[in-house]
Every structure is written in structure tokens, then in C-alpha cells.
Design a binder for this molecule. Structure first.
Ligand SMILES: Nc1ncnc2c1ncn2[C@@H]1O[C@H](COP(=O)(O)OP(=O)(O)OP(=O)(O)O)[C@@H](O)[C@H]1O
Ligand SMILES: [Mg+2]
Length: 245
């Protein structure tokens, strides 16, 4: 039976995007995730990171954007690519125009990617929205134009974060493996099952894809007096792959 996904209207989803109003504990959790990510990439030349999850609606887009924002806060130049050309939301979360974007470049409609990148959406953070939904996202992602694009942005930006569709549903996230540093898997507390995680890790292994770490989303914070309460209702935790094994 399909699981209930509880998708919120976009106006409510925007409140999970980091801002000046975000709770301290949430910002700190993302900073910890950032530190762990920086260390896991230290010896890797490509700082292109794919964000995915096992199933729909587990917080990929929210966490991709928040990781990109948190990284850009260090002063590093960051690009977020909305590579979910099936159900793109990054443009809606940020109120950006999406008439052109990634699909326009990969489809050959726009030659110069710099013309479709939204600059400084937040300080040091640029965004490449998905563009119009194409009929063949997996083919576009596997094509040579995607290679060229990632080569170009990998040279230009300090970090590139790529939002993707769920990995147990479509192959898009793992199609990027040879051209990126690896994948961060978002796990939704109380929702993602061990079987789903196992299936996803098997897929990663089969495609030689490196799992950089996990973000546990929608965690309940632990009360200092014992027991659980909604102290950090939206706290996220980052785990290294080695901690999971
Ligand atoms: N920390 C959170 N706590 C509660 N709800 C959240 C949290 N983060 C995101 N959500 C909500 O969960 C839903 C899914 O989030 P999001 O779009 O980031 O997931 P997704 O994995 O990218 O989904 P899709 O598979 O459709 O691409 C949205 O309605 C969003 O508002
Ligand atoms: Mg998404």
C-alpha cells in the first residue's frame, strides 16, 4: 500500500527554508551537516553533491536548498541545480521564474547556461531551475550536454548541490554518479523504512555510486528531562555513511 506523504501547500513549505526566523537549533544542525560534508569531500576534486531519498516527499528539495544556503553562508560560491525535471519545486519555494532552466540547456534550446542561472538568490547562492518539464528527463541527464554543464559549473563554483527525484522510483539520481562526488541520502524519520534504505543502498552499490552521508529529516528533538517532545520539531541530523553500517 502506498504511504501517505502529507505534502503541504507551497506557501507552508517555504517556512522550512532557512531564514533569519529559523530556530537556532535547526541552523546549527545544518552547520554540523555542512562541516561533515566538507570533511567527506576534502580529498575529492569534484564538489558536486547529489541529494536524493528513497521515496517521494521525504524532504530532498527542502534539504538540498538548506544545505546550499548553509554552504553559501561560509562565503563559498554555490550553485543549486534543480535536476528533478519530473516534479520541480525549487523555483516555487524561491518564487523564481521557471520558463527556462536546466531542461532548456539540456534540450539545446538555450546554449549559454549563464543566461538561465538566477544570480545571488541569497548571498553567494545561484540557482539553475529545472526549466519546463521535458518528456525524457533520464535521457537528458545521461547525455553529453549534462557532462558539459557539470564540467563547466564544477570549475566555476566551489560547491554544486543537485536536487533529484526519489532514487527507488526513478534512476535519475544514480545516473549522475560518474560526474559527481556522491550522494547524500535524506531519510525521513518515522517514514522511510529499513527495507527502502537497503534497496536504495543496493542500487547505489550496483551503479558504483558513493554515499557521502545521510540527513535524517523531520526528527523529534530529545527533551533534556528525558522522553521525547517537539523541542526541535524540524531538526535534521547528518550521519556519515560509516556511522550507518
Ligand atoms: N522538516 C520538515 N518538517 C515537516 N515537513 C517538512 C519538512 N521539510 C519538508 N517538509 C514538507 O514535506 C513535503 C516534502 O518536502 P520536499 O518537497 O522537500 O520533499 P521531496 O523529497 O523533495 O519531495 P519529492 O519527492 O516530491 O521531490 C513538503 O510539503 C514540505 O513542506
Ligand atoms: Mg523534491
Amino acid at each position: 500500500m502506498a504511504k501517505k506523504t502529507d505534502r503541504l501547500p507551497i506557501s507552508q513549505s517555504r517556512k522550512f527554508i532557512l531564514s533569519n526566523d529559523t530556530q537556532f537549533a535547526i541552523k546549527e544542525a545544518y552547520k554540523t551537516a555542512r562541516t561533515n560534508l566538507v570533511f567527506s569531500l576534502a580529498e575529492n576534486e569534484k564538489r558536486i553533491v547529489v541529494i536524493t531519498s528513497c521515496s517521494p516527499s521525504e524532504g530532498k528539495s527542502t534539504n538540498c536548498l538548506n544545505m546550499a544556503i548553509t554552504m553559501a553562508e561560509t562565503g563559498a560560491s554555490v550553485l543549486l541545480i534543480d535536476c528533478d525535471m519530473r516534479k520541480p519545486v525549487v523555483h516555487s519555494l524561491l518564487r523564481l521564474d521557471n520558463k527556462t532552466g536546466l531542461s532548456s540547456v539540456l534540450g539545446g534550446i538555450v546554449r549559454d547556461v549563464s543566461k538561465v542561472i538566477d544570480r545571488n538568490v541569497r548571498p553567494h547562492l545561484d540557482i539553475l531551475t529545472s526549466g519546463p518539464i521535458p518528456p525524457n528527463p533520464a535521457e537528458l541527464i545521461s547525455g553529453s550536454k549534462m557532462d558539459q554543464l557539470l564540467e563547466l559549473v564544477g570549475d566555476h563554483y566551489d560547491y554544486v548541490f543537485i536536487d533529484t527525484p526519489p532514487a527507488n522510483v526513478v534512476t535519475d539520481a544514480f545516473l549522475l554518479n560518474t560526474r559527481t562526488a556522491g550522494v547524500i541520502l535524506v531519510i525521513k524519520e518515522g517514514h522511510t523504512t529499513h527495507d527502502e534504505i537497503r534497496e536504495c543502498l543496493d542500487k547505489a552499490k550496483m551503479t558504483n555510486c558513493r554515499i557521502l552521508g545521510f540527513i535524517k529529516a523531520n526528527c523529534l528533538g530529545k527533551s533534556t528531562k528525558g522522553g521525547y517532545k517537539y523541542k526541535y520539531k524540524y531538526k535534521n541530523n547528518y550521519y556519515k555513511y560509516s556511522e550507518y553500517k
